[in-house]
Design a protein around this ligand. Structure first.
Ligand SMILES: [Zn+2]
Ligand SMILES: [Zn+2]
Length: 240
């Protein structure tokens, strides 16, 4: 039987959550309608990435099953990257809310888009992990949005989440840098900080947005250095 103080705390927590919902009901990230993180209309407006797309980075293609020009120009370490939707409209608002407006509740509906992409690898992945945030930024935000997405996705895909990576140094903001500068900016910026055996493991690496793939590639390099056999990047969105 659960001790009395613990049961009281649990009840208080549940009541507090309900009270908070009554006082500040969750609103749709896109149209602000009261009800939840996404209203049905805004969820229905999401532009999913449909085939044919680049087998390496999920970008749209004119002809199927050949890497896109960006992947041909910049060889990638990561095994493959899938993105669920184009970075626009309701998805863009959702990612912004998750990152900058403390809308942690947005991670669960977004994970429903990520889970099918994780099961779509060659075989069932061994572990799910996430791109780490700089500790200072994580302190400001209170959580790492990529980790929230990865934990929720693991719950939905039956996988196991593990915090595997850490940043070895602060990196400059990637905004305004071209692909080559982005790769140079994050090279050797990550390392595995876990005693988990990664030899021969297939790992799903979760992030919110894919831009040039530089960050995912730098994380993949650290996982491959510890013996991972495949690293599948899975993101909510990528730009067209
Ligand atoms: Zn809406
Ligand atoms: Zn590509």
């Amino acid at each position: 039987m659960t001790p009395m103080p613990e049961r009281l705390n649990a009840a208080r927590f549940a009541l507090g959550g309900r009270l908070l919902d009554l006082l500040f009901p969750p609103r749709c990230v896109n149209c602000k309608q009261v009800g939840g993180a996404f209203c049905p209309q805004c969820f229905g407006s999401i532009q999913f990435i449909q085939p044919p797309f680049c087998p390496r980075c999920s970008h749209w293609l004119v002809s199927a099953n050949a890497p896109c020009p960006a992947c041909r120009a910049q060889p990638r370490l990561i095994t493959r990257v899938r993105a669920a939707a184009w970075h626009e409209g309701a998805i863009r608002q959702a990612i912004h809310a998750l990152k900058y407006n403390r809308r942690r509740d947005v991670a669960a509906p977004l994970a429903t888009l990520l889970a099918p992409l994780c099961l779509n690898t060659e075989s069932k992945p061994d572990l799910l992990t996430s791109v780490p945030l700089h500790p200072e930024r994580q302190r400001e935000r209170g959580y790492n949005q990529a980790e929230e997405l990865a934990k929720q996705t693991a719950r939905r895909s039956g996988g196991t989440y593990a915090r595997l990576l850490e940043r070895t140094r602060a990196t400059a903001d990637q905004i305004g840098l071209n692909a080559q500068e982005r790769h140079a900016n994050v090279r050797d910026a990550f390392r595995v900080n876990a005693s988990i055996q990664l030899q021969g493991k297939q790992i799903v690496l979760i992030d919110d947005v894919y831009t040039t793939g530089a960050t995912l590639d730098a994380c993949a390099a650290a996982l491959f250095a510890r013996g991972a056999s495949a690293v599948y990047g899975v993101t909510v969105a990528r730009p067209r």
